[in-house]
Every structure is written in structure tokens, then in C-alpha cells.
Design a protein around this ligand. Sequence first.
Ligand SMILES: [Zn+2]
Ligand SMILES: [Zn+2]
Length: 507
Amino acid sequence: MQNRDIAEMLNRAAQVLALRGENRYRIRAYKKAAHAVASLDEDIKIIAAENRLQQVTGIGPALAAKIEEIIATGKLGLLERLETSRIPKEKNKNILLAAALTLANELVTKIEKLRGIKQVQVTGAVRRRQETVPGVELVVSAENVVLAQEALSTYPLLQRLSWENMVGRVVHSYGIEITLYLTREENFIPLLWKTTGSAGHVKKVMTRIKRKTGYDLNSPEFAKLQIGKEDDIYALADLMPIIPELREDRGEIEAAEPGKLPRVMEASDYKGDLHVHTNWSDGTASIEKMAAAAAELGYEYLAITDHSRSLKIARGLSLERLGEQKKYIEALQDKYKIRIFTGIEADILDDGSIDAPNEILAELDVVIASVHRGLNQDREKITERICRAMQNPYVQVIGHATGRLLGQRDPYDVDFEEVLRVAASTGTALEINSSPDRLDINDRMARQAKEAGIAVVINTDAHSQLELANIALGISVARRGWLEKKDVLNTYDKQQILTVLQQKKRR
Ligand SMILES: [Zn+2]
Ligand SMILES: [Zn+2]
């Protein structure tokens, strides 16, 4: 068993605990240990054999015992218990998108292999990439639906499915409701379409189709049309195709009529992460590990933005260490094809000043400023702090601008209109932070920022190389916020982005 396998198992335990709504400190302990193991340069079995597990940052006594268990047995008892245990009394109402996606993709892979099943696809709020979702919904097609029902119930997880009109529901042992829409192959696309959009979206499009063609989506005539792809449905409504992320009835139908729908950015447009932490502050991976992982993702660049000096809890860098880090990165540069930008995530202090002198900030490629403390201050105070930070000519980006943690902490009370106004007038960008429990700013705010002419950057805020993958979540927020390639700075190449980021201080 490799470090990677052990990290994956611990990560999975963290996810399952999160899905069941367990204590967040316990979840965090598993997650931290997973990152620590994934970032190790040494074989964990040797570390364990030499009794050094607890010397690894991020591994405490409880998790050291779990790791020993995995090494000895190849399994994690906790995980097995959770996966087969009874359903928690209360169904989880709002699941994070990241967790729902993991479960949904797993189910798709497994159901696809069952006998007689033709197609399986994720639908509903998960397919629209809503930030939290009520459950996981799948559309499943089969030649013979009766046989398919039988095949599905041979799969242990789905044995307790209760069926009503070809809709099967079950509450998974993680506390998540799973809904299966079973249908014959020819109705797969119409059903996928109907279960994907918000109720408002679906109703409006159906009304248009009825008006233009006289057909109803549920009518036999409609079934005869042989809809081969969702675009055909929009064509019947005389509309441009609308991607799932936009099917919210937030003006997309009106925009699709005259062809004014934005061409939202694609994952392949993304060229590099501008906000990650390393083991110089509270991350678990070295700069080298982060750079190698970013290169593997095909990025052109990566900015190292560790915490600033006053954030002691996150081992913020002293000015001296920051200077050392800058030199270290510059010396390292030649070893990597991707460009490693120097940077900082500087704290916005209580009076709105930045936790590093301007002459230091001036030397860095990327400067992000974030609020980490004083989250309970009143609206006026906190708005003023952020706006004052944006007046600083070296602050290029405001990180996680509302401070929320989904399901744990409300956004701080900030006048976002005012933030937008000052961001626009000072030329400061706003971040979409892709941490699964942040997604901050959210889709609506991202759209407001775009409309106000403010540049957006999408970052992971990764604390280990594993978390670089979270970028998919941030990109879905941008897509839901109607952002096009030109609205997102991380779609620029390494020369362009430096020029744009450094523009502010030259104004
Ligand atoms: Zn932060
Ligand atoms: Zn950060």
C-alpha cells in the first residue's frame, strides 16, 4: 500500500464523515492527515515502523493509530462501518456539491455496469452544479425497465429503493437521498432535460415549445420526435442551447432568444492557480510538490501565496521568511517548465491596512488580501476595512470576500454593493475561492462583478497538492455566474496575467 492509497482512504473517511454531518474537527483531522500523508517524500510504512508518525505535521495520536491500522490490515474499520451502517436519523438537508459529486460519480460507474442498463447520467441540482444540493439524482435508461429494476436492487446500496412510477428513492447510509429516474432508452434525453433544469426554467421552455409546435413534453407526439440531444429541445423552443449550469430561470431563456447568451468559460481555458499554500505556512506540501502537481495539470503558472506574519495560527511568514521564500522560488524556477509566481495572502488588519509593508508587496508577483479575523464586526466596519484594503495600490485581489463557510458560518455582514463599487474604481479583482465549503464569492456575486466590469480570478486556496483539483468547483461557480473567458484572469497566459495584475500599481 502506497502513501497515495492511504491518503485516499483517509480523505474518503473525511468525506463520509462530512456527508453524515459529523463533528467538523473530526472531519478536519482526517483531511489534514490525508494531506500530510499525500505530501510526504518518505514511505509512510517506514515512518510507521520507526514510530515517527506523530512527528509528521498534521498527524495526531488518533490519526496515527488509524494509519497504523490501514498499514496492518489494508482497511479502515471506521470506513467500513460507516458505509454499511444504518441511516442517520436525520436526513442531511444540504450537502456540499463536492461531496454529492463524489457519490454521484461513484454511483454512475457502478450502475452502468449492471445488466440491461443502457445509460446513466447525473441530473438535477448536481448537474447544474448548485453550491449545495438536497440529494443526488440520476437518470437511468434500460431496454426493459422491469428487468432493470431487478438488476438495480441486486446492488447492495440500492436494495431498499422504494419505487413509484419508475422513480426510485432511497436514503443512503451517509444520510443522502438518492433518486433514480428510470426510463426506456428513447425517452432518456427528454427525461434528462426535464429533471435537470430548475422548475421555472423547464416550465418556460415547455410553454415555448407548446406555443411553437403544439407539442407537450409528455405527449406521445413528442416521444415520436426522437430527440437525440438536449440541443434539439431548445431548437424546438427556438432557442440557442443552454448549458445545465445556466438553467436556473435567471434570464437565460430571454437571453437565448436573440442569441445573446454568453459563451461561458470552459475548464480547458484555465491556465493557473493564483492562491495556494505550502509547508512554509499552513500547507502540507512543499513548493516543489505543488509546482509539480500544477505542471501535471497542464498549468502555465502557479502562485505561491502563503499567509502573512500576523496570522500566527496558520504559521504566517515573517518578512524575513517571506524574503527567503522569494529567493528560494527564484532559484527553483529553472527546474520547472511552469512559471512559479511569488506571492502572499496578506491579512487585512483591523484598520484596513495590509499585513506587510508596501515596499515588500511591490516586489511580489501576486498579492491577495483577505479578512481572517474580526469576522463578527458590524457592516460598516467590515466594509470599510475591505474597501480600504482595495485602496492599497499593491493589493491585486480580495480573497474569499464574504468569509462564509457553507453549513458552518454565515458570510460576514458586508455591503457587497460598496465592495463592487470600490473594486471597480480601484481596479481590484475579486476571487472565486474554490474550497468546497467556501465557494466565495458565489455565482450571483460573480455575475454582479462581471456586470460591474470587475475582473474575477478563480483559485483553489489549496493547502496540499490534492486540493488543486477543487478548481472544477470554482469554475462551475464562474459558469453559473455567466462568466466568459475574458472575465476570468486565470485564462490569460503567463505574460498577460502579470501585466494585468501589475497594472493597478502603475495607475
Ligand atoms: Zn484565506
Ligand atoms: Zn488562503
